[in-house]
Design a binder for this molecule. Structure first.
Ligand code: ZN
Length: 164
C-alpha cells in the first residue's frame, strides 16, 4: 500500500500522526529525507534565487495559491511562473541528486511518478492560463552555479533568449 500522508511537494504538510506512521514504515535515512522535504516553502535554493532576481530589479509574488501547483515565484510583468524544484522529489533528469532509495523501491517509484505527472499537469494548466513556465533545479543554485543560472533565467524572462 502506498501511504497517502506524505508531502507531495514542498509546502504541503503531513497530517497529524504522519511522523509516527513513518517510523513504522521507513528507516532513519529515509525518514529524515522525507522530513527535510516537509519544511516546505522558503527553502534555501528558493531564497537564493529570489534574492538574486530581486537584486536585478525583478519584482514578484510568492507561492501564489490560486495558480496550479502554487508556483514558488510569479513575475506578473513577464507572465512567468517559476518553480525552484528539489532534484530528488521532482526527478531532475540525469542529476545525481535524483537517485532512488534502495529500500521501498516500489513506493518511491510510484511517488516519483505521481510527482512528475503532477508537475507536468500544472505546467500545462499554467500555460493554458497564459503563463510561461520555468524550472530552476536545486543543484543549479549551488555555489558558483547560481550566477549563470540567474543570468540564463533573466535573459529568458526578458525575451532576449528563447526558452531552453
Ligand atoms: Zn539536479
Amino acid at each position: 500500500m502506498v501511504p497517502d500522508y506524505l508531502p507531495t511537494r514542498s509546502g504541503d504538510r503531513p497530517a497529524i500522526g504522519a511522523r509516527k506512521a513513518m517510523t513504522d514504515v521507513f528507516d532513519r535515512k529515509t525518514r529524515s529525507r522525507i522530513m527535510s522535504n516537509i519544511r516546505g516553502k522558503d527553502t534555501k535554493p528558493e531564497i537564493e534565487v529570489r534574492k538574486a532576481l530581486h537584486k536585478r530589479g525583478f519584482r514578484y509574488r510568492l507561492h501564489v495559491k490560486d495558480l496550479p501547483g502554487r508556483p514558488d515565484i510569479v513575475f506578473p510583468r513577464y507572465n512567468v511562473a517559476l518553480f525552484v524544484n528539489g532534484c530528488f522529489w521532482h526527478r531532475h533528469p540525469g542529476c545525481r541528486h535524483a537517485s532512488t532509495p534502495s529500500s521501498n523501491e516500489k513506493f518511491w517509484n510510484d511517488k516519483f511518478e505521481r510527482n512528475v505527472a503532477r508537475d507536468r499537469r500544472n505546467k500545462a494548466m499554467l500555460e493554458t492560463a497564459g503563463f510561461r513556465v520555468a524550472v530552476i533545479w536545486e543543484c543549479e543554485t549551488r555555489g558558483d552555479r547560481l550566477d549563470p543560472t540567474i543570468e540564463r533565467m533573466t535573459r529568458w524572462m526578458t525575451g532576449v533568449e528563447d526558452a531552453r
